[in-house]
Design a protein around this ligand. Structure first.
Ligand code: UT7
Length: 340
């Protein structure tokens, strides 16, 4: 049995107050509640208030995770933020989070792995804990995608939402035997984790302008080249294939069988992707934590938001096995299997 070295000490999330339902989007673009619901599973999404910035949401989620862990800012050795929508291009969002939560003089940096950013951050944090270089790492997935969407493009604007989720990682020094008392006793923690990228698919989901390849000018802004562009059905097919294969690979590496899995917290991009992955892996759908109806696709925030909801409402309990998997722009993807 794998003896984990790094576990989740606490979880937290933050969702902006404003909720935009599909009916509101019907007034913006040629779409319908029926199309959005049946093609994606999304009914509503949270949208940040004017003046609210990415690091505000990230800091709120981070504080809640610290509180759940019974720790405070002075205990953190490192902050990792998965985001592609930082407050400013320079410096990164983690820098602002550090300041807002008051955790000065520790490393704080961003991971730009889009929807897979949280899983990337978890594996990086795990490496620092396992090596002994850190004892407490705050990993946050946060996205304020509403500011980088083309609100005239019905193929993207109906899909995404804003929000933040966080975990505090620390050493696996806790033995758990599950609330039902039936489980094999073992240390809580990350049993296996893998992250992957296929750069040949970079243009399937991207923001074309605003970087060194295409500096912004008035023409490009007018053409909305500074907004999200996606070849949806291409990303869809890749998501089903890669989420299935990476989940199977991580499950095998953990030494567990699918029957020993209690929960799957998959990236919430499209309910049909989740259905197809469940079907291909042979996992019952009722093992999946699903909140896409309420949040839409919040990119790197989607897994930690769903995880925190399921921990707080008691679905996910100590000793249970949880599989996470995410895929997004890059194409980058990843999966992790944890004993809680
Ligand atoms: O988180 C990062 C990873 N992202 C994903 O995993 C997203 C993956 N992709 C998807 O979820 C789906 O591909 C979409 C939801 C984006 C699109 O669904 P689809 O079933 O693949 O639709 P499609 O792109 O093949 O388009 C089908 C039709 C098109 O009309 P025509 O050309 O057949 O007349 C679209 O123009 O649906 C139309 N359409 C819409 N109609 C009403 C596209 N968006 C909308 C809309 N409302 N919002």
């Amino acid at each position: 049995m794998i003896d984990p070295t790094c576990r989740i000490l606490g979880t937290g999330h933050y969702a902006p107050e404003r909720v935009v339902d599909n009916a509101e989007l019907e007034k913006l673009v040629e779409t319908s509640d029926d199309w959005i619901t049946t093609r994606t599973g999304i009914k509503r999404r949270h949208i940040a208030a004017d003046g609210e910035v990415t690091s505000d949401m990230a800091a709120a989620a981070g504080r809640r995770a610290l509180e759940a862990a019974g720790l405070n800012a002075a205990d953190i050795d490192m902050i990792i933020v998965g985001t592609i929508t930082p407050d400013t291009p320079i410096p990164g969002c983690a820098v602002q989070v550090q300041q807002k939560i008051g955790a000065m003089d520790i490393p704080a940096f961003d991971i730009a792995a889009a929807c897979a950013g949280f899983v990337y951050g978890m594996q990086i944090g795990q490496q620092f804990i396992t090596s002994g270089a850190a004892r407490c790492v705050l990993v946050i997935g946060v996205e304020l995608l509403s500011r980088v969407l083309n609100w005239d493009d019905r193929t993207t604007c109906v899909l995404f939402g804003d929000g933040a989720g966080a975990v505090v990682l620390g050493p696996s020094d806790l033995e758990v035997d599950g609330d039902d008392g039936q489980r094999e006793t073992g240390r809580a923690g990350i049993l296996s984790c893998g992250i992957f990228t296929d750069g040949s698919l970079a243009s399937a989901l991207h923001i074309p302008a605003g970087g060194s390849a295409s500096p912004l000018d008035a023409q490009k802004i007018g053409d909305r080249e500074n907004k999200v562009h996606m070849v949806g059905n291409h990303v869809f097919r890749t998501a089903v294939k890669n989420l299935t294969s990476s989940s199977a690979q991580i499950l095998k590496a953990s030494g567990l069988t699918s029957a020993q899995l209690d929960w799957v917290v998959a990236h919430q991009a499209n309910i049909r992707i989740i259905h197809q992955v469940a079907n291909r892996l042979g996992f019952p759908l009722d093992k999946f934590v699903i909140n896409i109806d309420e949040f839409g696709n919040t990119s790197s925030a989607s897994i930690p938001i769903a995880l925190d909801q399921a921990v707080r409402d008691g679905r996910i309990q100590k000793g249970q096995h949880v599989l996470m998997c995410a895929l997004g722009a890059g194409i980058s993807w990843g999966a992790a299997l944890l004993r809680m």
